[in-house]
Write a protein that binds this ligand. Structure first.
Ligand SMILES: [Zn+2]
Length: 89
């Protein structure tokens, strides 16, 4: 039997426990599409090369944090109620 515990308070929970709740949090960049100016000329190859070089030097976790991160937690009923009362703490 898989045993779970509340990720906030440590209370023991079971897989089919009606007091066990799953919380998923997605955080992602809200940037929309980029407006391009047809009058402005851009060296696309140079710009792409620069992005690739920056990514090669970057920490993969930091790059992921800047674009998309999904978190998942198990919570007991009491911690679920606290979360819903003040989702952002
Ligand atoms: Zn809890």
């Amino acid at each position: 039997m898989i045993r779970y515990e509340c990720d906030k308070c440590g209370a023991p929970l079971h897989a089919n426990d009606p007091r066990r709740f799953i919380v998923k949090i997605e955080v992602y960049a809200a940037a929309g599409h980029i407006e391009l100016d047809p009058e402005q000329t851009v060296d696309a190859d140079a710009a792409l090369k620069e992005v690739i070089e920056q990514l090669a030097r970057a920490n993969p976790d930091e790059v992921e944090d800047q674009t998309y991160r999904c978190l998942r937690f198990d919570l007991c009923d009491a911690c679920r109620r606290q979360l819903l009362a003040r989702p952002l703490g």
